[in-house]
Design a protein around this ligand. Structure first.
Ligand SMILES: Nc1ncnc2c1ncn2[C@@H]1O[C@H](COP(=O)(O)OP(=O)(O)OP(=O)(O)O)[C@@H](O)[C@H]1O
Ligand SMILES: [Mg+2]
Length: 221
C-alpha cells in the first residue's frame, strides 16, 4: 500500500479505475495518470517463487551482480521488467510504454479501451496472418537489435491492440548471452508455432528460428 501510494503521488495518478487481471504472480489495474490511461502491475511478494526468478537473473550480465535478499528481489524483478520494456521500445517493438516503477509496482501504458483491456491473442479472431508477420518482425528485432529473448512467450503474453500484436510480461526476459538463452528461444518459438498452427497459419520452428537469428529472410511461406 505504501509503495502504491508513493508511486501514485509521484506520478500524478489520479485514480485507480478497475482491476484487469489477477494471477499467481501479479495483479494488474487500469488507472488514470494525468489524462492518460495506464496499467499498474503489482508484483505479489508472498507468492513469488525466488528459485524461479533466479534462473532468469543468474546468467544475465545486466542483473546478476545485484544483491539478492528477499526484499530487493521483487524490486529487482519489477525494475527488470521496466528495463526490458524500455529496451524493446528503443528498437521499435510493439510493447507497452514503461512510465515508472517503485518497489514492486510498475506503471506502463494501458492497452485497451476505457471499457475493456486489449484481448490476449489467444482470444482474438481476426487477421491472424497479419499478427503472425508483425510478431515475427518484432521477435527478430528483439533478438537482433535488443539482444534479448522473451523466455515466457505464448498466446497469453501477446495482446492485440490497435490491430497489432503487443508483447507483454517481460520480467523474465534475458539477454542473448544467458546460458539458457537458446533453450528459452526455442521454447518461445515452439509455443508460438503451436498456437499459430491451431489458427491455420503454416509455419515451421526451424525456419522461424533462422529468421529470428538473421539466417533467413523469410519467417514462413
Ligand atoms: N499494459 C497492459 N494493458 C492492458 N492489460 C494488461 C497490460 N499488462 C498486462 N495486462 C493484462 O494483465 C494480464 C497479466 O499481466 P502479465 O502477463 O504481465 O502478468 P503475469 O506475470 O503473467 O501475471 P499472472 O501471474 O497473472 O499470469 C495480461 O494477460 C493482460 O490481460
Ligand atoms: Mg502473463
Amino acid at each position: 500500500m505504501e509503495a502504491l501510494y508513493k508511486i501514485m503521488e509521484n506520478m500524478d495518478i489520479k485514480y485507480i479505475d478497475y482491476p484487469v487481471a489477477s494471477g499467481k504472480e501479479s495483479v494488474v489495474f487500469r488507472a488514470i495518470m494525468k489524462n492518460r490511461a495506464v496499467a499498474i502491475k503489482i508484483f505479489k511478494i508472498s507468492t513469488i517463487k525466488f528459485s524461479t526468478l533466479d534462473i532468469y537473473i543468474q546468467g544475465d550480465r545486466r542483473f546478476e551482480k545485484e544483491r539478492r535478499d528477499r526484499s530487493t528481489r521483487v524490486t529487482l524483478w519489477c525494475r527488470k521488467e521496466f528495463t526490458n520494456l524500455q529496451a524493446m521500445r528503443e528498437v521499435g517493438i510493439s510493447a507497452p510504454i514503461p512510465y515508472g516503477h517503485y518497489q514492486n509496482v510498475l506503471v506502463m501504458q494501458y492497452l485497451g479501451t476505457a471499457s475493456r483491456p486489449a484481448p490476449q491473442i489467444k482470444n482474438y479472431n481476426g487477421q491472424m496472418k497479419r499478427m503472425f508477420d508483425l510478431l515475427m518482425d518484432d521477435l527478430r528485432k528483439m533478438y537482433q537489435k535488443a539482444g534479448l529473448v522473451h523466455a515466457d512467450l505464448s498466446e497469453y503474453n501477446v495482446l492485440v491492440y490497435r490491430n497489432k500484436p503487443y508483447i507483454i510480461d517481460v520480467g523474465q526476459m534475458v539477454d542473448i548471452g544467458h546460458p539458457s538463452a537458446e533453450l528459452f528461444l526455442k521454447r518461445d518459438i515452439l509455443n508460438i508455432v503451436n498456437f499459430f498452427r491451431k489458427k491455420g497459419i503454416e509455419c515451421k520452428e526451424e525456419q522461424i528460428y533462422r529468421y529470428i537469428k538473421g539466417e533467413s529472410i523469410e519467417p514462413g511461406n
